[in-house]
Ligand binder design. Structure first.
Ligand code: ADP
Ligand code: MG
Length: 426
């Protein structure tokens, strides 16, 4: 078994070329090397990848990495290959022969890293293939995707939880930038982490100015243009609420500086080109729907603008978190109006039962004897809302992270809307 006295700093210098560990990294590496399951929550850009890559090297054998996005995977694979490591990946963008080759290498034990997309586990025989040669470490990147309480739930991540036992006894390290305590518990539960060491680390991003401005809809394009006018304000990401609005705003900005739209209505190749051009600095601004950005490692984004209120606070945190990863002062601006807020509240009221309703359900369930459907009828609740309430009750609590003191609201109202949402989601 691996030695706890391993000169980790040596490995850090030799393989990664870094002088020192950043906060948390060494402790996380030690836990994983020692075979402990780990839940690691650290802000984007803090250096989570190293926390599974270094233990992977130290433990030897093959580390299996599950990653939800092709771009994310390609980025990590390129970096590790450049370090001279044996790396393969399997995802929908690869040729069948390439994937087959990766499987052969995995089974031969010649790989140090195998990256897979979670939906691979739905391919018959794939999980069994993995189980034939057990990995020595399993890393689940963007682990919040496993939780329906997170902001980016992926059904395939649930499947992952079912397959993990067959891939054990390797330790599992789950990594994410955003997980409320509720989501943290859910990750541990869904992945079946065993007495996991939890490292929950600094959410505050001191170099980000978070601004919220009440702006009527017709003014938003102009304000965006003003905010990005100075070259020092770019590169920038502008989040728009719909494909149509993303296209329109991109068209408006592109005569001023290199800009493109990015959304799910564009084909995958086109999206990939936009992303590459943005990473390479050829595009200075991307106007995107929520489809853009997860895991994008671009350090120098100076501005992130939202032209309307994001659906959840987790999404907002994740999206503004893409600004200023190089630590330099960066600006995030959220535009909203009373009407936007009303719309959001409408959805919240529709989708999330309020605490009194939950309390009532709990009381009636405790008194027993009531069938679920009978109870729902008695409460005259929509089936979906009712199911959500039940799920919420079964997850029993845990307070949400309070981000509100990070927010400089122009009038305080907007953060109230989120306070409402958070309390309802608990
Ligand atoms: P995260 O996954 O937490 O968003 P990454 O793992 O992509 O972050 O790391 C962000 C950046 O920080 C990368 O460019 C990485 O090379 C760099 N980095 C990580 N650890 C260190 C370190 N100990 N010293 C210097 N740079 C580091
Ligand atoms: Mg990452």
């Amino acid at each position: 078994s691996p030695s706890i006295d391993l000169p980790l700093l040596d490995v850090l210098h030799r393989h990664f070329g870094f002088a020192n560990f950043r906060a948390n990294q060494e402790a996380v590496c030690r836990a994983a090397i020692d075979g402990q399951d780990v839940l690691l929550v650290m802000p984007t850009g803090a250096g989570k990848s190293l926390c599974y890559q270094l233990p992977a090297i130290a433990r030897g054998g093959t580390t299996l990495v599950v990653s939800p996005l092709i771009a994310l995977m390609e980025d990590q694979v390129a970096k590790l290959s450049a370090q001279g490591l044996q790396v393969a990946r399997i995802h929908s963008g690869r040729e069948r022969t390439e994937s087959r080759q990766a499987c052969i290498e995995y089974l031969n034990g010649t790989l140090q890293f195998l990256f897979i997309a979670p939906e691979r586990l739905r391919v018959p025989g794939f999980a069994e293939m993995l189980a034939r040669r057990k990995p020595s470490l399993i890393a689940i990147d963007e682990a919040h995707c496993i939780s329906a309480w997170g902001h980016d739930f992926r059904r395939d991540y649930r499947t992952l939880g079912q397959h993990l036992p067959a891939l054990r006894p390797a330790p599992v390290i789950a990594l994410t930038a955003t997980a409320t305590p509720l989501v943290q518990d859910d990750i541990v539960k869904q992945l079946g982490l065993r007495s996991a060491a939890r490292f929950i680390h600094g959410f505050r991003r001191d170099n980000l100015a978070i601004e919220v401005v009440e702006t009527p809809k017709p003014r938003r394009a102009d304000l965006t243009r003003e905010l990005l006018a100075e070259p020092a304000r770019r590169p920038a990401i502008v989040y728009a609420p719909s494909r149509k609005e993303a296209d329109a705003l991109a068209a408006e900005l592109s005569p001023l500086f290199p800009t493109a739209a990015y959304h799910a209505g564009l084909d995958a190749q086109h999206r990939d080109r936009v992303q590459q051009a943005f990473l390479a600095g050829e595009l200075e601004t991307v106007v995107a729907t929520i489809a853009f950005g997860m895991g994008i490692d671009k350090a120098d984004i100076r501005t992130v603008i939202h032209t309307s209120i994001p659906a959840t606070l987790e999404a907002f945190y994740q999206e503004i978190g893409r600004a200023g990863r190089d630590g330099k002062p960066s600006r995030t601006v959220l535009m909203y109006s009373w009407a936007d807020r009303r719309l959001l509240e409408f959805f919240l009221e529709r989708d999330y039962p309020n605490p009194e309703v939950l309390h009532d359900i709990r009381r009636r369930l405790r008194s027993g004897g009531l069938h679920k459907d009978a109870l729902r009828n008695a409460l005259k609740m929509d089936a979906e809302v009712f199911d959500r309430a039940l799920e919420k009750l079964s997850l029993h609590g845990g307070a949400s992270v309070d981000y509100s003191d990070n927010v400089v609201a122009s009038d305080g109202k907007w953060s109230d809307a989120y306070a409402v949402q958070l309390s309802r989601r608990q």
